[in-house]
Write a protein that binds this ligand. Structure first.
Ligand SMILES: CC(C)(O)[C@@H](O)C(=O)O
Length: 600
């Protein structure tokens, strides 16, 4: 096969071996020699491969990448490449205030500059915790040099008193027990700690396992890579293989735009329904797609994904955890099932292996039918997202696979109106307001109410926080009401089992319909027609809008950092991928913009 190496000079050689500009070559060379790389290595024409390192003490979910990078490096060298590892801005969902989502676009910007402005021919994207995956895929898309993703892998299964204790899910369940005074604070913390038994990210089908599975479904990481738990020996082995493969990809000039096509995104949407993926996935994949100029909307998620059944029995929709998923066949098992049933829209889509999805998974199989079900006996039929619209918002997502029997009986069982519910709205301006007032008897909250939280989107929060899964008042939990309908312009943890209506776009801070809602208004949600409306007439809505605009619009907290202000001024809404609007006009810049100018 004719390779790039045979036909053209590598990008990195424009830094290290440019006879047209000896002065700059010397300047570029000498400083990279100073830690021991030899001139021969830098001028040999060997691909220089970046490892975009997301692991650090601030990012515990990705921290194991610091170890795994050694195996990646071995693979790169074994395949004839040279490795340059560098840090990515930390994004830890459970650590960063006000929310790690604020930082996704910041990490993206930093990585675009690093990939474009340094002598890199290819890059290994060390993905893991929720936003690290989209931030890195978005940057690789914008720059469009050969890139391969490597998951850090989930934590081992958590156990508490003989039961699986899953990341996030165990905390949301225990929080209810704490509110109902069934456990005390010490036991609550013990349960939370038990759910995090090792290095790695959430062991549930939270946003991390979702996004890592979808990175494989998109074709951006080696087949079988997503589900291997972080501490397993196979994780080190696939890291080595990933390092080897990226060197070959540089020679083949196999780029993100060749792989992340519309066909790949369609496959990922279908995979997301089958795995019971997080409601964060549409935000992030729509965002990645925009950086590639691929059209992808929440209507696509409903059209392609809603009919697909839930096959993977992982918490929060099911019972098992990450080790079980890996043992049962992981993403290859799910793809074997999807392809076998003729439900994968594009089996011919190209992947990082240089082969198609169908070729990659030709020998894949499911080895535990309890964990990965067959199409004939799924966990839930029609398990994808519904994209709701109305005068409350233009788009909001609801994950139907987590509608519990309790929720269905209480809210979706009217024989005359089986897929709709209606209730009195209780409106909270942000999570602090919710925590302060949820148990206030004056609100007279009963199980016929709908809880609404606003001011929690990309502009309002800022960043868009995981605060929509609100639990009912303690008095109702004690009476056995464990979940109520929730609506919000924020996000929700992928580990939450609440069928909230979330990611509402436009958000209240952008003057979406939620800004006009008042406590006491009646709200109606109809899943069959996909609508969500405040039951007041248009004239009244227009009056409220005019009054709010006259008062200066929907109020949100002041900026606390420069980045909060900058991002607020240019961020798009959740349904549009929460991307920075000015960034999406920069497409495939390694090809369209040439090289950056010399620096001296
Ligand atoms: C559990 C977390 C931190 O909320 C996140 O990983 C998610 O699943 O959304």
């Amino acid at each position: 096969m004719e390779t790039r190496k045979d036909t053209m000079k590598l990008r990195s050689q424009q830094w290290f071996d440019n006879p047209d500009n000896p002065g700059m070559t010397a300047l570029y060379l000498e400083r990279y020699l100073n830690y021991g790389i030899t001139r021969e290595e830098l001028q040999s024409g060997k691909p220089i491969i970046g490892i975009a390192q997301t692991g650090s003490d601030l990012s515990p979910c990705n921290r194991h990448h610091v170890e795994l990078a050694k195996r990646v490096r071995d693979g790169i060298v074994a395949a004839g490449g040279i490795c340059m590892e560098f840090p990515v801005h930390p994004i830890q969902e459970t650590g960063k205030r006000p929310t790690a989502a604020l930082d996704r676009n910041l990490a993206y910007l930093g990585l675009v500059e690093a990939l474009y402005g340094y002598p890199l021919d290819g890059v290994v994207l060390t993905i893991g915790c929720d936003k690290t995956t989209p931030a890195l895929l978005m940057a690789a898309a914008t720059v469009n040099i050969p890139a391969i993703a490597l998951s850090v892998g989930p934590m081992l299964n958590g156990w508490y008193r003989g039961e699986r204790a899953g990341s996030g899910t165990a905390i949301w369940d225990a929080r209810q027990k704490l509110a109902a005074e069934e456990i005390n604070y010490e036991e609550f913390i013990d349960i939370a700690a038990a759910s995090a038994p090792s290095v790695g990210y959430c062991n549930t089908m939270g946003t991390a396992t979702t996004m890592n599975s979808l990175a494989e479904a998109l074709g951006m990481q080696l087949p079988g890579s997503a589900a291997i738990p972080a501490p397993y020996r196979e994780r080190g082995q696939i890291s080595y293989e990933t390092g080897r493969r990226i060197v070959e990809m540089v020679h083949e000039d196999l780029k993100p735009s060749d792989i992340m096509t519309r066909a790949a995104f369609e496959n990922a949407i279908v995979a997301n329904s089958a795995i019971g993926g997080s409601t964060n996935a549409p935000i992030h994949l729509n965002g990645v797609a925009r950086h590639l100029d691929v059209e992808l909307t929440n209507d696509d998620w409903q059209r392609l994904g809603h009919e697909i059944p839930l096959l993977v029995d992982l918490q929060p929709a099911g019972r098992f955890l990450g080790e079980d998923f890996h043992r049962a066949g992981g993403v290859p098992g799910v793809f074997a099932e999807l392809i076998g049933a003729g439900k994968l829209p594009n089996p011919d889509a190209l992947t990082v292996t240089g082969k198609s999805v169908a070729e990659n998974y030709a020998d894949a199989e499911v080895t535990d039918r309890e964990v990965i079900r067959s199409f004939d006996a799924p966990l839930v039929e029609k398990a994808g997202f519904i994209n709701l619209k109305g005068n409350l918002f233009d788009s909001a997502i609801m994950k139907t696979s987590v509608i519990s029997p309790e929720f269905r009986d209480r809210y979706l069982s009217n024989p005359d109106d089986p897929d709709a519910f209606e209730g009195r709205a209780i409106v909270f301006d942000g999570p602090e307001d919710y925590h302060d007032r949820i148990d206030d008897p004056a609100l007279e909250i009963d199980e016929h109410c709908i809880l609404v939280v606003r001011g929690t989107g990309p502009i309002g929060y800022p960043g868009g926080a995981e605060v929509v899964n609100m639990q009912p008042p303690a008095a109702l939990i004690k009476r056995g009401v464990h979940s109520m309908p929730c609506i919000g312009d924020g996000r929700q943890s992928g580990t939450s089992g609440s069928p909230s209506i979330l990611n509402a776009s436009p958000e209240a801070a952008a003057m979406g319909g939620l800004a006009l809602l008042k406590t006491g208004d009646r709200v109606r949600v109809d899943l069959r027609v996909g609508s969500a409306n405040i039951l007041i007439d248009n004239a009244e809505l227009a009056e409220r809008r005019a009054a709010l605009e006259a008062a200066g619009g929907f109020a949100f907290p002041e900026h606390q950092t420069p980045w909060q202000e900058i991002q607020r001024s240019m961020v798009d809404q959740f349904d549009k991928g929460m991307v920075l609007k000015p960034a999406v006009k920069y497409q495939r810049i390694a090809q369209t913009k040439g090289l950056p100018r010399d620096n001296h």
